[in-house]
Design a protein around this ligand. Structure first.
Ligand SMILES: [Zn+2]
Ligand SMILES: [Zn+2]
Length: 415
């Protein structure tokens, strides 16, 4: 498999697993935590979400490198894309609340680190053989949770971009549609001509029938063309609506570049894509959470009650760097995150929103490009849990401080 095929394969795998209601596996620890938080929020709201995707053979797909091929940096990132139809069905208590179907292109940002693929290990807790990736979700035999860092390639973040049309098979569908329209209009218009003008005494009947048929054909052609033009205008209208919603996102590319350049002055191994994945996943986890004080990476005191009904924090693939300061040994990054959010109150509502987020970390911290994994056990009761993100043991409640020098969120505000 070529590198490009491998990237598309990872993106498709993510969509297939999501479509089957399975947990995607080739994703970073942060993304997994964010997705789990989203599932829990749906459950608490009593909302079931079914997702499905179209994998047409002639759909556009491929990947672009985000890191120059010859870059000496340890993390290499790319963006794999796949044209698809995204179907989402929300229901509550077996009753459908919304069914959305729209053409879209799926993008997966994949971070790779050569020589850091999966390998065999023994679970340090029970000795069972496993793959290092298998321990990411907890040992299959004894359930011990591990903090696994540094297995690649992994999807760090993903998003959808809406398309105007579902292109595969579009031409055939159009031809078929207008053939049907013309096929119905021709006899209808011929009949109308006959009813309106009837037969006169001057010409033979066969010539008059021919005349009505010709009139019918002429009218049908003009009307079919008119319908075609209306369809084309509607499509252009949709294009403008989509363009309007994308316009505020201009400049997000240069934001990524500026952030990378500034961060690498003090942290040469900094990866924008890993940062972005962390930003989006952790932001989602905070918004979805009902126990924000238990999240070790959230130190804000914001009133987030406006997100109480949020069930889908749908990242749109762009953030804008508002401000970056280094003061008193802390790096503070202020960004606007673009999202297409879904709220489930009485009804399902969808809103394009911008969320202002401040991320902080100690200025001296360097990105750890190494591989590490360790079992996480509560020192008080011995239970194993996801201590990378949680402040208290979920079993006995005692505080657990995992060694962290990592990014924390200190402010969230709807813009
Ligand atoms: Zn085990
Ligand atoms: Zn405990």
């Amino acid at each position: 498999m070529s590198a490009e095929d491998k990237n598309v394969f990872l993106a498709d795998r993510f969509l297939m697993q999501t479509g089957q209601g399975k947990e995607p596996d080739m994703i970073t620890q942060d993304l997994r935590f964010g997705l789990e938080a989203g599932k829990k929020r749906l459950q608490r709201k009593g909302v079931a979400l079914r997702e499905a995707y179209d994998f047409a053979d002639d759909a556009v797909r491929g990947s672009v490198a985000l890191t120059p091929e010859d870059s000496p940096r340890p993390f290499h990132a790319c963006r794999a894309y796949r044209e698809t139809r995204r179907i989402r069905e929300f229901s509550r208590g077996g009753k459908r609340m919304a069914l959305w179907e729209s053409p879209a292109t799926f993008h997966a940002q994949i971070v790779d680190h050569r020589g850091r693929e999966d390998f065999a290990v023994s679970c340090p807790a029970c000795g069972s053989p496993s793959l290092a990736s298998g321990l990411e979700k907890g040992c299959a035999f004894c359930g011990t949770r591990f903090s696994v860092n540094g297995l690649y390639p992994r999807i760090a973040s993903c998003f959808f971009v809406e398309d105007v049309i579902w292109r595969p098979g579009f031409d055939q569908r159009q031809k078929k549609r207008y053939k049907i329209i013309a096929g119905v209009l021709f006899p209808a218009m011929s009949l109308l001509s006959l009813v309106m003008r009837g037969f006169g005494p001057d010409y033979p009947v066969w010539l008059q029938i021919l005349g009505h048929l010709l009139t019918g054909a002429f009218a049908a052609a003009i009307l079919t063309f008119a319908v075609y033009m209306i369809g084309a205008y509607l499509m252009i209208g949709k294009l403008f609506v989509l363009a309007g919603s994308v316009l505020p996102m201009l400049g997000t590319g240069s934001s990524r570049k500026r952030l990378g350049e500034r961060m690498r002055r003090s942290d040469p191994d900094f990866s924008v894509e890993l940062f972005e994945g962390k930003l989006v996943s952790l932001l989602g986890a905070v918004l979805y959470s009902d126990e924000r004080e238990n999240l070790s990476f959230y130190q804000g005191r914001d009133d987030l009650s406006c997100f109480d009904d949020l069930v889908c924090f749908d990242y749109r693939g762009g953030f804008k760097l508002r401000e970056m300061t280094v003061r008193e040994g802390r790096i503070r990054v202020l960004v606007s995150v673009f999202a297409d959010n879904v709220y489930a109150g009485e009804k399902i509502r969808r809103k394009k929103e911008r969320i202002l987020v401040r991320m902080e970390r100690d200025a001296g911290v360097r990105t750890d490009a190494g591989f590490s994994f360790h079992a996480v056990r509560c020192p008080s009761c011995g239970a194993s849990f996801n201590a990378v993100y949680e402040r208290n043991c979920p079993y006995c409640g005692s505080a657990y401080e995992a060694a962290r020098g990592d990014w924390v969120i200190t402010m969230i505000r709807k813009e």
